[in-house]
Unconditional design. Structure first.
Length: 165
């Protein structure tokens, strides 16, 4: 009987760790894909000598439930010959990552990468666990400088991920 209780305790700890692993894997996947696409947009802008836009996809069902006006969590596209408000030629697209909320700090759902590699507007983008109910949840923040430099930080306090705070 005691052995059964010990096994039950060990299983509950293992399940919690496995769930945390899955959250981290989803966030890391979305973050890595976004960084890869941002680097690709910069390379395309430099090689084609024209601006490339990273544009958030049109609102999806998950985004309609949030207060954010940016819908990066619905996916994004890289576009040529467009602008932040008009459609260009899509050169790459990435679908949403389920369970990941992606929020921009400036309320805009686009980035413009100029032919010299500079990026505008300057912003940060936060990758959050969409199912987190507490402030101890993991989040990854990406900072995009005007020079095109991108850096990331990982937080274990996701207060800023909660849209109701």
């Amino acid at each position: 009987m005691a052995a059964l209780a010990i096994v039950g305790i060990l299983l509950s700890v293992a399940v919690n760790h496995y769930q945390a692993y899955l959250v981290k894997a989803r966030l890391t996947q979305a973050h890595a894909q976004w960084l890869l696409d941002m680097g690709n947009a910069k390379a395309q802008a430099l090689s084609l000598n024209q601006p490339v836009y990273m544009v958030a996809q049109a609102p999806c069902e998950a985004a309609r439930m949030r207060t954010s006006s940016t819908h990066w969590q619905c996916g994004w596209q890289q576009q040529l010959d467009g602008s932040a408000t008009s459609l260009g030629v899509a050169i790459a697209s990435h679908a949403a990552t389920p369970g990941v909320r992606i929020v921009s700090n400036n309320g805009r759902g686009f980035l413009r990468v100029d032919s010299d590699g500079r990026v505008s507007p300057i912003q940060s983008i936060l990758f959050c666990d969409d199912n987190a109910d507490d402030d101890s949840a993991l989040s990854i923040k990406v900072f995009i400088a005007i020079s095109g430099r991108v850096r990331s930080e990982t937080y274990h306090n996701a207060t800023r991920c909660n849209p109701h705070r």
